[in-house]
Design a protein around this ligand. Structure first.
Ligand SMILES: [Zn+2]
Ligand SMILES: [Zn+2]
Length: 246
């Protein structure tokens, strides 16, 4: 048994002993109110705090006095296929811990919880996107099979419920299995992801205002490519919502 698997088993046993343990840090007493059920107050505060100024276009952290009218250093001059990105917070600390835990089969409950926290904490920014359809960024079927679920889909489902709009998990398909993390540069990531998505037959994106949902945005290459495909299928505006922005 690998160390990681052993840690997962131990955590499972811990949650049997303390069914109210925090899903991020394992503190024995998590909140009991409906939307925060499963997170201790430290984790809830940490994942929703987001003290940094951010770029209104790509949601990257920027300096407190940065001029961002036409984007930030990481997106200026780069035309994204989506209009704006909304984030719950930076990919750091407890939010990073949460995202990493979501990458295991046992993380589905946490992913749903994070979707509810996202709407609760960033409702006005998400509503400002004026979307009428939520679409999660899909995993390639092989990775989905290995993980047991798609974390972006679990987050998207809850975001859609919170916003009171439709979620269409099968709208986009991932037709190319690629690993972005190992790519040496932003340009390599853009090249690597090209052609990875296709609009599903019967996706019916035409005229819809789409909110694309993913767990993490790093350079934005994956979300840019997904947005390009959705727009090519005839959608109206495309905006992006991510739990964490690296
Ligand atoms: Zn906690
Ligand atoms: Zn930016």
């Amino acid at each position: 048994m690998s160390l990681r698997r052993l840690a997962e088993v131990a955590r499972g046993a811990l949650h049997l002993l303390y069914p109210n343990a925090c899903l991020i840090c394992d503190a024995p007493e998590a909140g009991r109110e409906p939307y925060r059920h499963g997170l201790c107050s430290d984790c809830l505060t940490a994942v929703t705090a987001d003290p940094h100024a951010q770029c209104p276009k790509c949601a990257a952290t920027v300096g407190p006095h940065a001029e961002t009218a036409d984007g930030c250093p990481s997106c200026r001059g780069r035309g994204f296929a989506f209009a704006r990105a909304v984030r719950l917070g930076p990919y750091d600390g407890r939010l990073k811990d949460a995202v990493l835990r979501m990458k295991h089969a046992a993380g589905e409950g946490l992913a749903e919880l994070m979707g509810r926290v996202f709407v609760e904490a960033r409702g006005s920014a998400l509503k400002a996107a004026a979307a009428d359809l939520v679409v999660p960024v899909p995993l390639h079927w092989r990775r989905r099979w290995a993980r047991g679920y798609n974390q972006a889909e679990a987050v998207a489902r809850e975001v859609a419920i919170g916003l009171g709009i439709e979620c269409r998990p099968g709208g986009l398909r991932r037709v190319k299995a690629v690993t972005q993390a190992s790519q040496p540069s932003a340009a390599a990531r853009r090249e690597n992801i090209r052609g990875a998505f296709r609009a599903a037959r019967g996706a019916r994106f035409a005229g819809r205002a789409v909110l694309l949902v993913d767990d993490v945005m790093t350079t934005g290459a994956t979300l840019d490519e997904a947005a390009r495909v959705v727009r090519q299928a005839g959608s109206g505006s495309v905006n992006v919502a991510v739990l964490a922005r690296a």
